[in-house]
Design a protein around this ligand. Structure first.
Ligand code: TEU
Ligand code: CA
Length: 549
């Protein structure tokens, strides 16, 4: 099936570099750490990764505040470490996709410093405004726009005597994409990394790229009574503006042109991050005129729309919804987790880990896994206020930080039961290791007869079957608790995945769904009732069946 390009059926494994593997004992993950674990990824069957930012940064938002787009954060390593990473990954058949953060730079970037000083050519690199005076003659921001991370999205700059816009922390000023020089500068950054051999980019917060030039107040949403909360207003002037699509299409052209000139290595791709409506996301794939944009507009339906309370119909509906809106001829994608949201075991319950991985891996198209989800890692809920470092959590304050903190889902990868879960030799790691590492770690799951990791690895192996690569697809609720996915292809075995989202044993009749007597069924993966305590897996009866043609 040569017509499937490398990315169209890949499992993309997200590495959060700060927490993956520390090679030099400073308690912070790094590039040599990642290099040392590439053989693990290859052995697991991973062929593509995306890395959260590794560029020079003051680390206010842990790399999403970039002070130099072309150099490597020194605590992560050097440019030659990066080159070695790409080289080793290529040897192992693993593509490297980098995080690209165009919406904002760090306030320590030289562009921002020059813009503050109004150096010629840099005056309009960011979004500046005089603000306005209130009745008492006091200076106020130009409007009620809020930062995603709490409080006004405007910060007064003493030196330039103007406000600048920051949709995230005040140390992350928004770049001005209405300025052609900014567009050019960011194109050059993309080309720079493409020349270093990366397979493409995950584009950060892309729907925040443009804001209305009228600077009008956002209308209230009715969702919150706190004017400083992001939920207080709708975001019709700061998010999902039509100009965003033009930029996505522009970057697609850049990637396609680069691929055409350097065909070895295959398509250079983009995956775009936007928490947006289905219509907007469908347009990212391809607009109404057939102009292509993002290869993979992240599908967050499993993050935003379902949780531990959802029933089988909610899951089926969220799968169907994506496929209904996606324009024909594109690859679907399914994101099961990332560094901004609670982990799968925490969102759906520890008993659902295998079921969610079975779901993720047997749907058509691309699967996106966040590091640690192959083990069913859990959020570390023990992180204290003193240990908390995530900026929105710090902004929320000591009483409320746990409601928004992203730290619990970002703790170090649990490699083994050794000190610091085998992540680091340091006395103290940048975030505390989840104390459950003593039982929950890769090593013990590799040794166990059955484990989340073993199920995950088997699922990746199954994805090589033609029936999963290009078979027909259907999904149906069999009851409120159970739904089933069928993949079938002429002359091949049919693969049926049965997912139980309840916490009780369920009996379902499959005869109608599979259209044949049930005796032909052979279970190939998943959870049967033979799991023993200590197998680190689930007991809820989700399973997969292979049916002969
Ligand atoms: O996230 C973009 C974004 O909109 C997030 O604020 C998201 O809505 C929230 O975290 C969900 O809980 C990206 C990155 O993934 C995030 O880590 C960065 O902090 C943010 O951009 C700013 O660069
Ligand atoms: Ca912006």
């Amino acid at each position: 099936d040569d017509f499937i390009d490398w990315w169209q059926h890949a499992v993309f494994y997200q590495i959060y570099p700060r927490s993956f593997k520390d090679s030099n004992g400073d308690g912070i993950g790094d590039l040599q750490g990642i290099i040392s674990k590439l053989p693990y990824l290859a052995e697991t069957g991973i062929t593509a990764t995306w890395l959260s930012p590794i560029f020079q940064s003051p680390m206010v938002d842990f790399g999403y505040d970039i002070s130099d787009y072309r150099s490597i954060q020194s605590e992560y390593g050097s440019m030659s470490d990066f080159e070695q990473l790409v080289h080793t990954a290529t040897t192992l058949g693993i593509k490297i996709v980098l995080d690209f953060v165009p919406n904002h730079s760090s306030d320590q970037h030289e562009w921002f410093k020059k813009s503050v000083a109004k150096e010629p050519g840099y005056e309009d690199f960011y979004i500046w405004s005089d603000g306005k005076l209130d009745e008492d003659g006091k200076r106020q921001p130009p409007n009620n726009w809020q930062s995603v991370f709490y409080g006004s999205a405007w910060e007064w700059n003493e030196e330039r005597e103007q406000y600048y816009l920051h949709q995230f922390t005040k140390e992350q000023p928004d770049l001005n994409f209405r300025n052609a020089a900014v567009v050019q500068a960011m194109d050059d950054v993309m080309l720079y990394w493409l020349q270093k051999g990366v397979a493409g980019f995950r584009i950060d917060a892309v729907n925040h790229l443009f804001e209305s030039e009228t600077l009008a107040d956002e209308p209230l949403s009715g969702k919150s009574t706190d004017p400083l909360s992001y939920d207080y207003t709708r975001h019709i002037y700061t998010k999902d503006l039509p100009e965003v699509l033009d930029m996505v299409q522009h970057w697609r052209q850049l990637l396609d042109d680069y691929t055409a000139k350097h065909p070895a290595g295959g398509a250079r791709i983009m995956m775009t991050e936007a928490y947006a409506g289905l219509r907007e996301l469908a347009d990212y794939y391809e607009d109404a005129n057939g102009v292509r944009g993002s290869h993979l507009p992240f599908n967050f339906n499993f993050i935003s729309n379902v949780n531990g309370e959802s029933d089988a119909r909610d899951f089926v509906y969220n799968v169907e919804k994506w496929l209904v809106y996606m324009p024909r001829g594109h690859a679907a994608n399914w994101v099961m987790g990332n560094h901004d949201n609670p982990r799968v075991a925490t969102r759906f319950g520890a008993d659902s880990v295998d079921a969610m991985n079975m779901l993720l891996m047997t749907l058509p198209g691309v699967a996106v896994t966040y590091n640690g989800e192959e083990l069913g890692m859990e959020d570390n809920k023990e992180i204290s206020w003193e240990e908390t470092v995530d900026p929105p959590a710090r902004n929320a304050g000591e009483l409320d930080f746990q409601k928004v903190s992203r730290d619990p889902a970002r703790t170090p990868f649990q490699w083994s039961s050794a000190r610091n879960a085998g992540f680091s030799d340091a006395a103290r790691t940048w975030l505390p290791v989840n104390p459950n590492y003593v039982q929950l770690n890769l090593k013990s799951q590799q040794l166990a007869k059955k484990s989340h990791y073993k199920v995950y690895k088997l699922l990746i192996e199954l994805r090589k079957l033609p029936v999963l690569r290009r078979g027909r697809f259907s999904i149906e609720p069999l009851s409120r608790a159970v739904f089933a996915i069928k993949r079938s292809l002429k002359d091949y075995n049919t693969l049926v995945t049965i997912i139980n989202v309840s916490d009780k044993e369920q009996i379902v009749n499959l005869t109608d769904f599979i259209n044949r007597p049930q005796q032909l069924i052979v279970a190939v993966a998943g959870v049967d009732s033979t799991y023993e305590p200590g197998d680190y897996s689930n007991r809820n009866g989700s399973q997969q069946l292979l049916l002969p043609p």
